[in-house]
Design a protein around this ligand. Structure first.
Ligand SMILES: Nc1ncnc2c1ncn2[C@@H]1O[C@H](COP(=O)(O)OP(=O)(O)OP(=O)(O)O)[C@@H](O)[C@H]1O
Length: 203
């Protein structure tokens, strides 16, 4: 399932949005089994960092290295809003060669929602559906942007458990979150430590 030895690293990374340099000189290396919690105030650049790590945003400077397939969880579910959830997920599970689709649905507490059109799902239900899709991807590198937002307490605990299991199995997880996760050994990266000194964070 996992790449033999996944790697996610940034070297001297800098990103800007519009005229504003959000962070610079940001370097880290995550190997198999590593989890990293990215923290920072609204607008500090967490999503921008994740998009740069995913290759969706061109960095202003520096380099990103990824060895291993990527699973990205952000505010988009990537699920057809007009399909019942079960069919919308089945589309991706088939593409990803998932053999334990029922187990994933049950784990994410989605069984009872299989016939509900995706567009009718609540915020937390959509987040759980997006998590199910990501788990099905079986990618060794997880980039999670606010995975706990909109989730109830039980589901928040489930996200921590999924991250723990992913990393125990040799995966990598980098998680931007305003809320804490229960992942022993997780390192943290405060993005404001890399903000240029001459810029106000709300500018
Ligand atoms: N396409 C864009 N063009 C110009 N500025 C942008 C663009 N996208 C984001 N920004 C700005 O970049 C800054 C960083 O945004 P980003 O979404 O990375 O922050 P964040 O740390 O994830 O915030 P939050 O905690 O609110 O999710 C913000 O000031 C935002 O307004």
């Amino acid at each position: 399932m996992q790449a033999l030895s996944p790697v996610l690293s940034a070297h001297d990374l800098a990103c800007r949005r519009g005229d504003r340099l959000l962070f610079r000189r940001l370097s880290f290396t995550l190997g198999a089994g590593a989890a990293c919690h990215v923290t920072g105030a609204n607008g500090a650049g967490k999503t921008t960092l994740i998009r740069a790590l995913a290759g969706l945003t061109m960095p202003y400077a520096g380099e990103v290295r990824r060895e291993g397939a990527l699973g990205l969880l952000d505010e988009r579910t990537g699920l057809d809003p007009d399909l019942p959830l079960g069919r919308a997920l089945a589309f991706w599970f088939a593409l990803d060669g998932v053999v334990e689709a029922d187990a994933i649905m049950t784990r994410l507490r989605l069984d009872a929602l299989a016939e509900v059109p995706v567009r009718y799902l609540s915020t937390g239900q959509k987040k759980r559906a997006a998590l199910a899709r990501m788990v099905g991807q079986q990618a060794p590198i997880w980039l999670l942007d606010e995975p706990l937002s909109g989730l109830d307490t039980a589901s928040q605990g489930l996200v921590s458990a999924l991250v723990r299991e992913h990393c125990t199995g040799g995966g990598i997880a980098l998680i931007a979150s305003h809320q804490p996760l229960n992942v022993p050994g997780m390192t943290s990266l405060a993005i404001e430590d890399y903000a240029p000194a001459d810029q106000d964070e709300d500018a």
